[in-house]
Design a protein around this ligand. Sequence first.
Ligand SMILES: Cc1ncc(COP(=O)(O)O)c(C=O)c1O
Length: 394
Amino acid sequence: MAEHTGDCFLVPGPVRMNQRCLDAMATPVITARGPEFRDVMAELNSGLRYAFNLAPSKPEKKTQSWAGDDDYKVMAVSGSGTAAMEMIIANRFRSNDLVLVPTNGKFGERVAEMCKRFCNVKHIKYEWGRAFDLYELEQQLERKCYEALLICHNETSSGITQDAPAIAEMCHRNQTSFILDGITSIGGLPVDLDGWNVEAAAMGAQKCTAGPSGIAAIAFNSRFYERCKAIKEQEDVNALFYLDFISAFKKGDDDQTPWTPAINLAMGWAQALNILKDEGLENRWQRCQELSTGVQNLFLDLGFELLADISQRSATVTAIMYPDGIDDNWRSDLKNKFETQVIGAQDHLKGKMFRIGSMGETTKEEMIEGCRRMLECFKQHGHDLADVDVASYF
Ligand SMILES: Cc1ncc(COP(=O)(O)O)c(C=O)c1O
């Protein structure tokens, strides 16, 4: 196996971009309203449908590239993943709707916080990294008072992937809409919007699809569209303008956007999605899974503690507790002395934990080299570690 040289960039997004994506962004500017941009949008839409694991569409303008042979459409959003989630939530709910949001980390909590701006929320807060109590969620849904259940599918802050198929089934049984923040799951691990009857989901370019930061997308079904349309027609829509879903929807058939789009970011993302198509979606899921399994087994064997419950550890991010006596100075040394970057923890776990991303186009070689450097840096910080063959874990 070839050795990785140079720096190791192992953060759970933004991830490193491929040269093809960078080159595409360096294209001289085009207008937002001409045929050239419609070509870009069509290519992007087709790539988005692929990443969302939806039925295919042609990467050609005037062919309804945002739609396919299923009940879903995709829509690019100029803004980061948060804008895409806000577009879903702000347009879909009325101020007197009630939604259920179970959480076990920072980004789920942010979904709940965002919902509070636009509707009523029952927020069930589990400890970071602990799986949801599905029995409790089912009891809530049986009350039949919730317009929707929203989850952060892959909780980047705590390294846990929710049991989406089980939650989807519960939502279906109780006729409750199911909505996903798929920002670090879509493109990186198995997602089945159609099979799970997901009404809408958001993804961010800079995560599992290795695109540029500042552009995101949503996928939604006809029920989502009908609800948003009815709310708008009844003039009951939340206060928003830039993220008005219906304004954007009206432009979709024409491969257009209501406002000036992030033109060059769209060009770059379309190429990153072509690279995903070249690799194959299931191959990427598998690579992410193999990288994360290797990381998890390696650190567990060396006596480290992982934050997430064993049954639901994420394939795209692993959260590892620091051993006694180590803090974030380790991470600074890892960056400065070993040219290797991982990310720290958020909120109450700051300084107590670090997170390794295994998403985007990260290679096995880079992960092996990065892990070797991490172990060496731990040794330099006085943490005794057994000598192990890191490559054998991958
Ligand atoms: C699961 C999840 N949701 C939402 C966000 C926020 O996305 P963005 O920073 O692209 O707005 C992130 C970012 O790390 C995330 O990991």
